[in-house]
Ligand binder design. Structure first.
Ligand code: NDP
Length: 434
């Protein structure tokens, strides 16, 4: 904390993790002796760079770019790129830190990294997004590669931005290096099922939790925050499993549709037209729009899936959800619940799937995209989805077992942190003090 006192989100992520692994450190002194914690919280490398670009009026704009290469013990750095005005070092470091353990949990050979910029894509023309993205990659390209660091998308970075980055990387490198980015279009090396993977994976994870209490998505009432990549595919899978999804949101407000969210409308508005969620009620006048995104947690539901952004669900929202009888919470976004909210859910006995575990499906399928690129093969959508389901089951089982082994049965926050940590820590010891 004394080194980077203003990085609040990073401290929050580290604190949640440290609280969980106290019993492991007590039982196994070797992790202290080898300085594992001190090494884990310090990124191997933090790159900051200038991103100059010209807007449609011909004015020069300057943004700041970041890439944190946090931990490469298990494989090449892997983690998305976020474009959002709130991005600064503390956000990138919290995301990169989480990514180390999430990637470890997938069981696949990937290390932890993350990147982004304080560029705001909202209201920018496609040409502006392209010019910015090309400038971003003109600096980033020298730090990444298929065997060193493989970025993907995150908030504000979808298939369009990945495509622009991929084109620019290859232009600079003078060839076609398929494995340098994931989340690519399927026409040029992307994996089938990657777009859906985080949202679907989150629902698969929650399904495992629900089954322990004889519950399921069928006929349950679900609230999903956000209306981006993760949210849309969490809604799609929940609906396929028979759930009644009644609300979703964006950063301006939320919609409540008692008849169930019309997914095709949502895809049209958000994926193709890039409009605000408030437009939904113009097409479906029986639905209601409410300004302010956090009010979404006042809607009574059986299952809540926060899929928008960090700290979107605080103690007050958690209390309301518990009061309204929520049975399960699955974190599709990264760190969407505050530490106080998590504590309340755990105390109330709500089934709680923490982000590291519940949203790992995206990066898992990204790693499968890397495998397909290396083999120069493409798997079918069914094959990818089968592997995704198996990976989510394995993550769930690892978290359950680690929680039991270290004295906190049923606490998947502790279980996911411990299971993710053990693999990285043991591999760090094996590789010496580097
Ligand atoms: P998108 O950009 O596709 O969508 C983000 C959604 O969240 C939008 O609806 C956006 O609304 C909303 N949102 C963003 N910032 C805020 C804010 N400050 N307050 C309220 N709402 C906000 O991003 P993704 O769906 O890809 O990412 C969502 C979350 O999931 C993030 O936490 C990300 O790190 C995490 N995640 C994503 C993965 C992926 O594969 N994409 C993998 C694992 C985790 P608006 O349009 O108004 O900004």
């Amino acid at each position: 904390v004394s080194r980077d006192p203003h990085e609040a989100e990073f401290h929050q992520a580290v604190r949640e993790f440290l609280d969980s692994i106290v019993p492991v450190l007590a039982e196994q002194p070797k992790y202290r002796e080898y300085g594992i914690l001190e090494r884990l919280v310090e990124p191997e490398r933090m790159i900051t760079f200038r991103v100059p670009w010209t807007d449609d009026q011909g004015r020069v704009q300057v943004n700041r770019g970041f890439r944190v290469q946090f931990n490469s013990t298990l494989g090449p750095y892997k983690g998305g790129i976020r474009f959002h005005p709130s991005v600064y070092a503390g956000i990138i470091k919290f995301l990169g830190f989480e990514q180390i353990f999430k990637n470890s949990l997938t069981g696949l050979p990937i290390g932890g990294g993350k990147g982004g910029s304080d560029f705001d894509p909202k209201g920018k023309s496609e040409q502006e997004v392209m010019r910015f993205t090309q400038s971003f990659m003109t600096e980033l390209y020298r730090h990444i590669g298929p065997d060193t660091d493989v970025p993907a998308g995150d908030i504000g970075v979808g298939a369009r931005e990945i495509g622009f980055m991929f084109g620019q990387y290859n232009r600079i490198r003078g060839g076609h290096e398929a494995g340098v980015l994931t989340g690519k279009g399927v026409l040029y090396g992307g994996s089938l099922g990657r777009t859906e993977a985080t949202g679907y994976g989150c629902v698969y994870f929650v399904q495992e939790m629900l089954a322990t209490k004889g519950l399921s998505f069928k006929d349950s009432r679900v609230v999903v925050s956000g209306s981006g990549n993760v949210s849309i595919y969490a809604i799609e899978k929940a609906q396929q499993l028979g759930a009644h999804v009644v609300a979703c949101s964006d950063s301006n407000g939320y919609i409540y549709d008692p008849e169930g969210i019309q997914l095709e409308t949502l895809k049209q508005l958000k994926e193709r037209d890039r409009l605000r969620i408030s437009e939904y009620v113009r097409i479906h006048p029986h639905a209601q729009y409410y300004p302010g995104s956090t009010g979404i947690w006042n809607i009574a539901c059986d299952i809540a899936l926060p899929c928008a952004t960090q700290n979107e669900l605080d103690a007050e929202a958690a209390q309301t959800l518990i009061h309204n009888g929520v049975k399960a919470v699955g974190e599709g976004a990264n760190m969407p619940s505050t530490l106080e909210a998590i504590e309340l859910f755990l105390q109330a006995g709500v089934l709680f799937g923490p982000a590291k575990a519940a949203n790992a499906g995206g990066v898992a399928v990204s790693a499968l995209e890397m495998s397909q690129n290396s083999m120069r093969l493409s798997w079918s959508a069914e094959e990818v989805d089968d592997k995704l389901q198996q990976i989510m089951k394995n993550i769930y089982r690892s978290a359950v077992e680690a929680a039991e082994q270290y004295g906190t049965p049923g606490n998947l926050v502790a279980g996911a942190n411990i299971a993710g940590f053990l693999k990285v820590a043991d591999a760090m010891i094996a590789q010496g003090v580097v």
